[in-house]
Write a protein that binds this ligand. Structure first.
Ligand SMILES: [Cu+2]
Length: 145
């Protein structure tokens, strides 16, 4: 019984601490993330190579923490998605439309269904939570042949 309570307390404590940690990841003033090789209106073919640009902050793999990761993050590619409001203070989901580059990758190759798609880059900290204020690229609209 005692151990069970301890486990529940530990879980509760972890959940309670998560938002506090998140608020500590400030972005660097003027930091920018952007697409190096894509802009709105581009017509592309599969597979689509997407190159990530970043100035004013650095890249660090997900999961690393400590002073060394100040002013760093890893890239996320949003495909036909947007993050708004509360979503910007929580870990970015991981699925086909929210792609994480937690090893610190700076480019990706994706295959998209033919047609129009929006792409946006979001930098997030080692816990996958966007910085405050968030560092996001413009949303670009491309057409896949
Ligand atoms: Cu992530």
């Amino acid at each position: 019984m005692f151990y069970r309570s301890m486990v529940l307390a530990a879980v509760a404590l972890t959940l309670a601490c998560a938002p506090a940690v998140a608020q500590d990841s400030k972005s660097a003033p003027g930091a920018k993330v952007y697409f190096l090789n894509l802009k709105s209106g581009d017509v592309v073919s599969n597979p689509v190579v997407v190159k990530f640009g970043l100035t004013g902050m650095g890249i660090a793999p997900a999961g690393l923490q400590g002073d060394a990761t100040a002013n760093t993050g890893h890239h996320h590619l949003l495909i036909d998605k947007e993050l708004k409001g509360e979503e910007l203070t929580q870990p970015i989901p991981a699925d086909d439309t929210h792609v994480h580059f937690g090893k610190g990758q700076t480019e990706a190759t994706v295959t998209l269904p033919p047609g129009q798609h929006t792409l946006q880059l979001v930098l997030a900290d080692w816990t996958h939570i966007p910085h405050n204020p968030p560092v996001m690229s413009e949303r670009v609209t491309i057409t896949v042949k």
